[in-house]
Design a binder for this molecule. Structure first.
Ligand code: RUQ
Ligand code: CUA
Length: 763
């Protein structure tokens, strides 16, 4: 005797049991699989080193630039499984980023000269540091094309702030943080006049065009950059490239390499040799050595000038105050990476086969002794290369970037032209190992590899070309991140990961255990400001107001309904809908959209967001939840009714259903049967040590929360039954069942979890 309710529930049950039933039936041996898939022992070893079984998690989390997508890609190491895309400089529909009013406000901070820019050329992410170690609190990333920098809070992996650089037209060398994240460093790339929208002909390159390095002040408590306390160095029109902050003995200093110190002006169309020839003609370029700690004091003392309202330290002031020095670097260098102990600065040769290791101690000795070989054309003292070098190591063709191992003195440098990673000893100056990668590696990254305590273990090669590595998908290939095991003397290539979202220039990895993101917001939080959202309401406080042509809705979402379920407006009204997700349960996100009005929100538990639009066309527009949040997800909807001018209702009241007393009684019976199942699940859960499983405790809490919503509904349906209003009586009884189904769903999930994770009977 199975009635409909039992059948419906047994469906839920079957889903739980199914998992256990399919697990064991494989009869193939490991040898069979190796043969069938044509895999070698070496392949198997690589697989075993990267495979993360279901239910287990990665040891490290990588934040990769999303390149031209203007986003950040988050993936796990060693599994190389993608975990998230974070919308940063560009709209990201799933997260509602750029489709709800609150996230639009963040994107609007990135407007330049009033123009919305809908892409970003993200290059270098940086994780916030405390004492030079990654602390897992914030992530920064730059946009090269449109000189901008973004702040992402790692409590919720959301972009909180975008700042536009007020004096640059491009910026390549960001983001790099100082040892306690006092500042985020961002260097210009292509010289231009620092004043906004100022024209000077290229003939005035040397006089009127400038480069620079910006130090953005970061307020960790607020989690925001403070533009008024930030400053820049005015620099000669050398093409400032990447930067790195000093640490340990070199703390308080920072280093920025450059190329095209020739200050060459091309013009291939006028018969002049192109930039590529003119910018690499001389044998050396310059490493900029800057004392940022002292520079901050100089700015405080009022010695900076303002350009576009921003503090800029003029070159002559920087020289006079002893803030700025140059050291020659071999031809067109690339990358600058301070060693974990802060004693050395490694610069890649790019067009020179060496990596140059500069000694901070020697640089300081030269500065103290006033021992300079010359001055550059702008009066900046130049320290002799031999007075600053510790060692130069021939690594191969096209050395670019360097990362460090947990083992002392061990570094890894990408060799672009050779398509190799070189492992070498920067203390003794010798090469230890080389490994081919596929192909033309740009950056490379070891775990926590630019902190004071690199974690070793793995290295990721960020290759610029994939060529033949993946199934062809047309002329535009995916990018190839290759995972390499560096725990032994010889490097071992483990895995090729295609990334199809844009050229990911650089990435940073942090121990997963250092990240502590939340699973819910405090109810009513605007996640983009971290403040209480003025549009938040609690259950029962939902309302709609119309003032003039402005309609405001204060709504809520919870499995499986949106309150309100109808919104009536007149054509032409400005509509604002505030939505609060009342859920407390982990992962119970609801989405929200209104048909054809180009709005969308992702509303995680506790979050409040607003969507705004002009109801500029009359008609009937369903709105609904866009996340498959529960069995009754499809029913989580309502209607926006946009009434024409002067419309008057002709019919009053909704059509009645045809429910009978028998329907009502069947529903009441269904409710009682379901309750019996819930009781049996509860009996099981409480008979074991479920309190030892935090995930289960949360599920049980959520289950009782759902069941709690049936409060008062029994009295309600009984009262309608007494009045023989079978429609109302039946539907309110049905509503109890809806909550019971959600309760049972959670209860069964908890039961399965307990069974699979070895819960023990308690007396
Ligand atoms: S630098 S091209 Cu990161 Cu090698 Cu941008
Ligand atoms: Cu909420 Cu679907």
């Amino acid at each position: 005797m199975i009635n409909t309710s039992k059948r419906a529930l047994s469906l839920v049950l079957a889903a739980g049991i199914g998992l256990t039933a399919t697990a064991a039936l494989s009869t193939e041996t490991l040898q069979d699989v190796l043969k069938r898939r044509n895999l070698s022992q070496q392949d198997l070893l690589a697989a075993a080193k990267t495979y993360v079984p279901t239910g287990k998690r990665d040891e490290f989390v990588t934040f990769s630039s999303g390149g031209q997508s203007g986003q950040v890609i988050v993936y796990g190491v060693p599994s190389m499984r993608i975990l998230k895309y974070i919308g940063v400089f560009t709209p990201e529909p799933w997260q509602g980023y750029g489709y709800d009013a609150n996230s639009k406000a963040v994107l609007d901070q990135g407007k330049i000269d009033g123009k919305t820019i809908t892409w970003g050329d993200t290059h270098h992410p940086a994780i916030s540091e405390t004492n030079g170690e990654y602390d897992g609190q914030f992530l920064f990333i730059n946009d090269k094309a449109n000189p901008r920098l973004a702040v992402i809070d790692l409590r919720d992996f959301e972009t909180k702030q975008i700042v536009v650089n007020p004096i640059y037209k491009s910026e390549h060398g960001g983001a790099f943080v100082t040892t306690n994240t006092e500042y985020v460093i961002e260097a210009a790339q292509y010289p231009a006049p620092l004043e906004n929208k100022k024209f000077y002909p290229l003939e005035e390159m040397n006089e009127k065009y400038r480069g620079g390095v910006t130090y953005w002040k970061f307020d960790r408590k607020e989690g925001r950059i403070v533009p008024k306390d930030s400053f820049s160095f005015e620099l000669p029109p050398y093409w400032q490239d990447l930067s790195d902050a000093g640490k340990g003995p070199s703390e308080g200093w920072a280093f920025t390499n450059s190329f095209c110190a020739e200050r060459y002006v091309g013009g291939i169309e006028k018969g002049r040799p192109p930039y590529e020839a003119g910018c690499s003609a001389k044998d050396t370029d310059y490493l900029h050595v800057m004392n940022w700690k002292k520079a901050a004091e100089v700015v405080k003392a009022g010695k900076a000038k303002k350009i576009n309202g921003h503090n800029v330290i003029p070159i002559d002031v920087a020289v006079k105050e002893g803030l700025l020095f140059l050291v020659p670097e071999p031809k067109s260098p690339h990358g600058v990476d301070v060693t974990p102990d802060g004693k050395y600065i490694v610069v890649g040769g790019k067009l020179d086969t060496h990596a140059s290791v500069y000694s901070f101690e020697k640089i300081q000795a030269a500065i103290k002794a006033g021992k300079f070989e010359s001055k550059d054309p702008y009066g900046i003292p130049v320290i002799g290369m031999k007075d600053a070098l510790h060692v130069q190591v021939p690594l191969g063709l096209g050395p670019l970037h360097t990362q460090y191992d947990s083992k002392a003195c061990v570094a890894y440098t990408s060799l672009y032209v050779d398509s190799q990673v070189a492992k070498w000893d920067y203390c003794a100056g010798k090469v230890l190992d080389k490994l081919s990668v596929h192909y033309n590696i740009g950056h490379l990254m070891t775990m926590e590899g630019d902190s004071t305590k690199p974690a070793g273990k793995y290295l990721v090669a960020l290759n610029k070309l994939a060529i033949d590595r993946f199934v062809p998908v047309g002329p535009l290939h995916p990018q190839n991140h290759q995972l390499i095991d560096i725990s032994n003397d010889k490097m071992q290539l483990l895995y090729d990961m295609p990334l199809p979202l844009g050229e990911p220039h650089y990435a940073v990895s942090i121990a997963a255990s250092k990240l502590k993101p939340g699973v819910r917001y405090k109810v009513g939080t605007d996640s983009r400001t971290d403040k209480p959202h003025p549009g938040a309401v609690r259950a029962g406080e939902e309302r709609t107001e119309k003032k003039g042509n402005k309609v405001t809705v204060w709504g809520t979402l919870i499995r499986s309904h949106i309150t309100p379920e109808t919104i009536e407006v007149d054509v032409g009204d400005e509509v604002t809908i505030h939505l609060t997700n009342l859920e407390r349960a982990q992962d119970e996100t609801h989405g929200f959209t209104v048909s054809t009005y180009n709005v969308h929100a992702s509303i995680e538990p506790g979050k409040t967001v607003s969507v705004k639009f002009k109801a500029d066309k009359e008609g009937v527009y369903p709105y609904y939840c866009t996340e498959f949040c529960s069995a009754l997800h499809l029913e989580m909807m309502g209607y926006l009714l946009v009434k024409p001018k002067g419309w008057k209702p002709t019919k009053v009241g909704l059509a009645k259903g045809t429910y009978t007393e028998a329907d009502y009684k069947a529903t009441v019976k269904k409710v009682a049967d379901t309750q019996a199942i819930i009781d049996s699940v509860v009996a099981y859960i409480t008979s074991v040590n479920y309190k030892d499983f935090p995930d289960v405790v949360a599920m049980v809490e959520d289950a009782f929360d759902q069941l709690g919503k049936t409060k008062g509904l029994k009295e309600k349906h009984e009262a309608f039954a007494a009045k023989k209003d079978w429609e109302q009586a039946n539907l309110w009884a049905e509503q109890i069942w809806q909550y019971q189904v959600k309760t049972a769903d959670l209860g069964l999930r908890a039961k399965t979890y307990l069974e699979q994770n070895g819960a023990k009977k308690i007396k």
